[in-house]
Design a protein around this ligand. Structure first.
Ligand code: FAD
Length: 316
């Protein structure tokens, strides 16, 4: 589970800001955040979204035509406030800036998540909280090994999906399969690798053509000791001015500071201590163009700067 015990850091040296907040990584500036009132308005507006059919949301066309950036500007946010507080969150969530996102789409996402705070929280209400200790691939391999042979087929890319009135034929690199229906569980940006017969309808085609992948890199810094919890820090700094927008404690277990005696007794202490810097969105794209040495140096120096820590400079 994500360690949220200890102070979170919000570090923006060009703006002269370094704030410690006791609220885990939840919302470092909370009510002091200049966008706070707009976030509340956004939450309220998100409740009006029709999740079954977003086009039936009141004002749907206008909201869809307006980027999230423009909507925030209309509510009185400055470009600088958006760059400092909103863009880093959107980069970490979907690897895009607010200017690249439809207001309607994001309002729908906020409603689905139960509010903006849940979207950015690192505690039990939000993302990042729970992790698969041995990696997500273990879910697929576990299912494959426990279900009847042939039920789960790994490394079997689909090249064609042909639909008739009564069945769907799926052609893969390892054979052809027929069923009455299929569920396609992949992001629309990957549809282009599949030939659909008959072709996708216009709405689907438009959503595929207008979707694109952002940049999402992670730099994992592994340490031989838990120096950040020793300093009373949660390991989750926000650093909106850097290449590294957010960092999380990705030690794969429960820290002694969590006080979770049952988990500790069950042997769920971390097998490694690590902080993972997120290099995401447009700044992540700039970081990706640096040399490997410069990428490593930038991530380490930004994390060390936020923590004001010499220990941070020496990952193993
Ligand atoms: C770098 C990165 C870090 C992330 N970190 C986190 C995180 O810390 N926490 C979190 O909650 N989320 C994280 N996410 C988001 C999370 O990974 C996704 O939300 C989640 O994986 C989506 O699951 P999915 O099953 O819908 O799609 P996917 O996991 O994308 O699964 C789609 C599957 O379809 C397969 N596929 C593609 N084309 C074909 C084809 N032609 N034939 C057959 N199979 C095909 C792919 O190989 C893939 O296995 C991260 C994403 C990225 C890219």
């Amino acid at each position: 589970m994500q360690n949220t015990v200890g102070n979170a850091i919000f570090y923006a040296p060009q703006h002269g800001i370094r704030v410690l907040a006791e609220d885990g990584a939840d919302d470092p500036l909370s009510k002091d955040n200049p966008l706070y009132e707009i976030y509340l308005k956004m939450d309220k507006l998100s409740q009006t979204v029709d999740l079954e059919d977003p086009s039936r949301t009141p004002g749907a066309l206008d909201l869809d035509a307006l980027s999230m950036y423009s909507w925030f500007r209309e509510q009185g946010a400055s470009a600088d406030e958006i760059a400092l507080f909103l863009d880093p969150s959107m980069n970490a969530l979907v690897s895009l800036d607010a200017s690249e996102l439809s207001s309607l789409g994001q309002l729908a996402a906020i409603k689905m998540c139960g509010g903006w705070r849940n979207m950015i929280a690192s505690n039990a209400r939000g993302a990042q909280y729970q992790r698969t200790r041995n990696g997500n691939q273990s879910l697929a391999t576990f299912l494959q090994s426990t279900l009847l042979p042939g039920t789960v087929r790994l490394s079997t890319p689909v090249s064609t999906i042909e639909r008739t009135e009564s069945s769907v034929k799926v052609t893969t690199a390892k054979g052809v399969f027929t069923s009455s229906a299929i569920i396609l569980g992949m992001g629309p940006t990957m549809y282009s690798g599949i030939r659909f017969e008959p072709p996708l309808g216009m709405v689907n085609r438009l959503s595929v053509e207008r979707s694109f992948n952002g940049v999402y890199s992670k730099c994992i810094l592994v340490y031989d000791k838990l120096w950040w919890t020793e300093k009373g820090l949660s390991g989750t700094p926000s650093t909106p001015e850097g290449y590294t927008h957010v960092t999380f404690d990705t030690s794969d277990g429960v820290h002694p500071s969590s006080g979770d005696k049952a988990a500790l007794a069950a042997g769920l202490s971390p097998r490694q201590y690590s902080l993972t810097a997120f290099l995401v969105g447009p700044r992540g794209a700039e970081w990706a163009l640096l040399s490997p040495e410069d990428r490593k140096a930038a991530a380490i120096s930004e994390v060390a700067g936020a923590f004001e820590s010499e220990d941070a400079k020496n990952p193993t």
